[in-house]
Design a protein around this ligand. Structure first.
Ligand code: GDP
Length: 510
């Protein structure tokens, strides 16, 4: 009854994933049943989803609207080079410092907060230009709510102005126009507005909804009007966030500080960050030791839209990495290990592609050999068959089996099922000539064990391991018994080594 078996497998899947694998026998048996039931694809997909769900950290589902509270906008300043982005950012920051107590030392942490007299706040991302913006977007991060497009009134619309508009449109982020350098005699703001019509940026004067503010970043003229236009737009966007539950955010910048180690600036997007929180980002994790704002002031809590410097990272995450809070250090380690493992898997996939090409070359070479020498022998014995044989004739450890000298007994161990399978598949295609035989005595998942060494000794075989370890004790035991253990991290190296072993042992080449 397939339904019954499938149901049973669903339950088993959970067991297997949480316990890794019960035993090779279980796994082989289950696979056998699945093959018979024709459910192989479903099974591996199910297993993968289950593993990801259990091991990786992901954003929570959308919050209940009742939990949402208003938040301030996060703004990126974009525009053509030399149109005044840096000057504008500096002036905005200084206005803020001047408004606060004198003597505050501003720190470059990738973002800063400007408070308006009305009490409203704006978070400005500190890295001007669309390079940073698109780099973040390429990593799937969307932190910006509003783009302030800076266009110099004497220069008008230029190449990077157009690119900036395109980036804002692609990200579906609305624009506030800052027509800069209005202090200059040759400034012509109206010309800027007219030029922008061609790029579908329609100012209010022309019946559109883009607010345009005439400013001079250099003199600091009209910057408050620009800030007010930004908050007015933010109000219309009804920006909201859920300040409760585990934190979600994005890394804006990260760097190593000599005294403090890895430091990141983050924009919090959900939840409230506090000292002691455990975070993961990219392939790094942190236990938050210290948090500070752009004035270097230590803060105890960071809310949605707030830029915050975070100290306590084990490694350096990258700009654009998603920050997620997890419940414990153990969980953080599990997530990071899983992400590293997944990356290795990806790397292995690339290796397999190279291998596949090599395999095709070999296959062609062997087809020719085959034509020349006739049928080839390739002996592959499964683990099950080996067990059958063992039952028929128990082997004493020291007793060596009589065998032809032109047979290479093999034991293959891999880190995961997929890698062992891949190696076996490749071996299958590397047909040996009729003079030599490969005898697969045993294969399986896991580190090299005493049992593997005993088998190798009994069969006078060689152990090949892929991405697995061998303890000192086992290594010593193997040395004593004269058993060769060969470990590899790259599949095609392992295969190459195997071929070498084969040709060194036998009077024929593969
Ligand atoms: P960015 O490349 O867009 O960051 O431009 P900068 O902020 O570096 O400015 C380029 C040049 O334009 C500098 O020499 C600034 O002093 C000058 N500048 C910036 N804003 C103004 C302004 O409002 N008026 C005038 N006259 N010059 C400005």
């Amino acid at each position: 009854d397939i339904d019954y078996v499938y149901e049973a497998l669903l339950n088993t899947a959970i067991d297997i994933d949480s316990l890794e694998v019960h035993s090779q026998l279980d796994e082989i048996w289950i696979k056998e049943v699945i093959k018979k039931a024709g459910m192989k694809l479903k099974w591996s997909k199910l297993k993968q989803d289950k593993v990801r769900e259990n091991k990786d950290a992901v954003r929570r589902p959308q919050a209940d609207p009742a939990l949402l509270t208003p938040r301030s906008p996060v703004v990126t300043i974009m525009g053509h080079v030399d149109h005044g982005k840096t000057t504008l950012l500096d002036k905005l920051r200084k206005t803020q410092v001047a408004a606060m107590e004198a003597g505050g030392i501003t720190q470059h942490i990738g973002a800063f907060l400007v408070s308006l007299p009305s009490g409203e706040k704006i978070t400005f991302l500190d890295t001007p230009g669309h390079a940073a913006f698109s780099a973040m977007r390429a990593r799937g991060a969307q932190v910006t709510d509003i783009v302030v497009l800076v266009v110099a009134a004497d220069d008008g619309v230029m190449k990077q102005t157009i690119e900036s508009i395109q980036h804002a449109k692609d990200a579906q982020v609305p624009i506030v126009l800052a027509i800069n350098k209005c202090d200059k005699a040759e400034a012509d703001p109206e010309k800027v507005k007219k030029e922008l019509l061609a790029y579908d940026v329609v100012c209010e004067d022309y019946g559109g909804d883009v607010q345009a503010v005439h400013v001079s970043a250099l003199k600091g003229d009209n910057l408050m009007a620009l800030a007010e236009a930004t908050t007015a737009l933010a109000e219309m966007l009804e920006l909201k966030a859920d300040p409760t539950g585990p934190v979600e955010g994005t890394v804006i910048e990260s760097f190593t500080d000599k005294g403090r180690g890895p430091v990141t600036t983050a924009i919090i997007q959900r939840g409230t960050l506090r000292k002691g929180s455990i975070l993961v980002a990219g392939k790094s994790w942190a236990k938050v030791r210290l948090m500070f704002d752009e004035n270097g002031k230590i803060i105890n809590e960071a809310y949605p839209s707030m830029p915050v410097g975070i100290i306590g990272w084990k490694d350096l995450p990258s700009a654009g990495d998603e920050i997620l809070e997890v419940e414990s250090e153990a969980r953080a380690r599990e997530v990071i290990n899983w992400r590293k493992f997944e990356q290795e898997q990806e790397k292995n996939k690339d290796d397999l592609k190279i291998l596949e090409e090599k395999r095709k070359e070999h296959q062609e070479a062997h087809r020719k050999t085959r034509e020349k020498y006739g049928t080839l022998h390739w002996k592959k014995r499964s683990f099950m068959k080996y067990l059958e044989r063992k039952e028929q004739r128990p082997l004493k450890p020291k007793e060596k089996i009589e065998r032809d000298s032109n047979v290479l007994p093999l034991i293959i161990k891999g880190d995961v099922d997929g890698s062992v399978e891949a190696i076996l598949n490749i071996m299958d295609t590397y047909d040996a000539s009729h003079e030599c035989q490969l005898d697969l005595v045993h294969y399986g998942v896991g580190d090299i064990s005493e049992n593997d060494v005993n088998l190798a000794e009994t069969f006078d075989g060689v152990i090949f391991g892929f991405n697995v370890n061998v303890s000192n004790i086992i290594q010593q035991s193997a040395a004593k018994k004269g058993v060769k253990i060969k470990l590899h991290k790259i599949i095609y190296r392992l295969i190459e080594d195997l071929q070498e072993e084969l040709s060194s042992r036998m009077p024929c080449t593969v």
